[in-house]
Design a protein. Structure first.
Length: 530
């Protein structure tokens, strides 16, 4: 892939993802569909997915972004269901799907079938959580799905390595497999724990926000590479570091946080868009590589594997949900759950780019012999990814609406936010009184009053969102305030530009003045979207 082809891929995928935001179709599904269609357009370049790029260069930043935005406290509170899905389910799916594929496909060795099972075991992080957030699922379900996706890739990659070693005749024993899994898991966590404190110290002591954000972009690659270098799980190292830094992000200065959020949103958007487009673009490659298997025959196997993947997840999810609740202590500690929540969790098992990247990394020749049925395994992985994204991805939103799961209580959240802001404002007001009582902090009365006015505005803004709505405009008082504030800022901005054009101020002064307005508008916008 040359530079022009890469630019074309990023630009086209970003355009499709942007268009998807104006439609009810989730962006991952539309990107995959467009990629499938585009893969057979005349003159389409070869966009073969390279696992040596996806695993070390694309997976770490996506995992890091998800980890930083995750709640460490929520994940800790839901550690049991998250662990049962991210570790227990992936290992169960590896064995169960592998054995079913072995029974279904004639002449497919059991070791190769287990490789297939490990490849298709981990659900994708982006698709499920994107849909969950868009539909306003309860926080606990979203947390469980997100927590599962942070760790399951590490489990699947380790299971794949063990199954691959068995498939190529390296004589892996159960003890050896368990040992390798333990090394990967404990080693990855250990590397993450070793890195998180020095990285956080460096982030706190760098005074230049540009340097801090440069470090931020390097963190996932540093953590991944360091863990992989010692034979541990790079995925877990990235997740551990990301969770720690996200939990302590408040200790970094505001300029870094603002820039970092904008930069990582852009990086995640570009990578996610390109990744899902790449999935669809793999169709010609996997079809051409089928070799002795006919399309009809392979399609039949694909349907069987897809059904197995879907059913095996339900076979695990329901017992994993209800059996632990036989314990009175767990019932007392955790909220009640009915059959609807595990149904959503079970159906939200879409596979993604990690499965394809692992499949493409299967060696063509191993131990001097061709890997058995490699092309078929690759085809079955591709069809499983496409099938789950399309079938489950398209039906998950109507399923959630049909089940009428209780969504997020926006009013209760706004009330909690208002109470928190009120408590913080009281603390700030007390601090201000103490500071103004010190002669060294003497201020003219108008400036002191301005500080109190800003504080009062911040305290009242959230409560105003709970107030009555204007029947004419449909706005709350807070909405009207923000709209009028933006109009005033626009008027000031036009004057600054006019004065620059009239040469009454220079460009540098105009940029300084505009930056002040931008910061003020950004503060209001952040309060609005939060």
């Amino acid at each position: 892939m040359d530079a022009l082809q890469l630019v074309a891929l990023v630009a086209a995928s970003a355009a499709v993802a942007g268009f998807a935001r104006r439609t009810p179709v989730p962006a991952p599904l539309l990107l995959v569909a467009v990629g499938l269609v585009a893969s057979y357009l005349p003159g389409m370049p070869d966009y073969t997915l390279d696992p040596h790029i996806v695993l070390p260069l694309i997976l770490p930043p996506l995992l890091y972004t998800a980890a930083v935005e995750s709640s460490y406290l929520d994940l800790r509170a839901n550690i049991r269901p998250v662990a049962l899905l991210s570790v227990g389910y992936v290992l169960f799916a590896t064995v169960a799907v592998g054995w079913l594929a072995y029974v279904l496909v004639p002449d497919l060795p059991l070791t190769a079938a287990l490789v297939l099972g490990a490849v298709v075991a981990p659900p994708d992080a982006v698709a499920a959580t994107a849909i969950a957030r868009k539909l306003g699922l309860p926080n606990r379900i979203t947390t469980i799905l997100q927590g599962e996706s942070l760790v399951n890739d590490a489990t699947a990659i380790t299971a794949y390595k063990v199954a691959l070693a068995a498939a190529v005749g390296e004589g892996v024993s159960w003890a050896g497999g368990i040992g390798e899994f333990a090394l990967a898991a404990l080693g990855g966590i250990g590397v993450g724990l070793l890195l998180q404190l020095p990285i956080h110290w460096l982030r706190r002591h760098l005074r230049d926000s540009l340097l801090q954000n440069t470090l931020s972009l390097l963190i996932p690659f540093i953590a991944y590479a360091a863990a992989e270098e010692v034979g541990a799980s790079g995925v877990l190292a990235v997740v551990v570091v990301g969770l720690f830094l996200g939990h302590h992000a408040w200790q970094v200065d505001f300029a870094t946080r603002l820039q970092e959020e904008a930069v990582w949103k852009m990086v995640a958007f570009v990578l996610e868009s390109a990744v899902f487009a790449l999935i669809g673009l793999q169709l010609p490659y996997v079809v051409e590589g089928l070799g002795p298997y006919g399309i009809g025959e392979a399609a039949g196997y694909a349907v069987g594997v897809f059904v197995a993947v879907v059913l095996v997840r339900f076979v695990w999810v329901y017992p994993a949900t209800f059996l632990p609740r036989l314990s009175a202590r767990i019932r007392a500690r955790e909220p009640g759950v009915d059959w609807r929540a595990p149904l959503v969790v079970g159906w939200a098992g879409m596979r993604g780019v990690v499965s394809l990247a692992i499949a493409f990394s299967i060696p063509v020749v191993a131990a001097g012999e061709a890997f058995p049925a490699r092309n078929l395994v690759l085809f079955l992985t591709f069809t499983t990814v496409i099938g789950t994204l399309v079938v489950q991805g398209l039906t998950l939103p109507p399923l959630i609406r049909l089940l009428r799961l209780p969504g997020r209580d926006r009013r209760a959240e706004t009330l909690a936010e208002a109470q928190a802001q009120s408590e913080a404002s009281r603390a700030a007001e007390e601090r201000l009184d103490v500071l103004l009582a010190d002669p060294r902090n003497a201020l003219p009365q108008p400036l002191a009053d301005r500080l109190r006015t800003v504080l009062e505005r911040r305290r009242n803004a959230v409560w105003e969102r709970l107030g009555a709505v204007d029947e004419t405009t449909g706005e709350t008082a807070d909405d009207t305030y923000r709209r009028l504030s933006r109009e005033m800022i626009d008027a000031e901005r036009e004057v600054f530009v006019r004065l620059r054009d009239e040469r009454r101020i220079d460009d540098e002064m105009m940029r300084t003045l505009l930056r002040r307005l931008d910061l003020e508008e950004a503060a209001g916008y952040r309060e609005e979207i939060d």
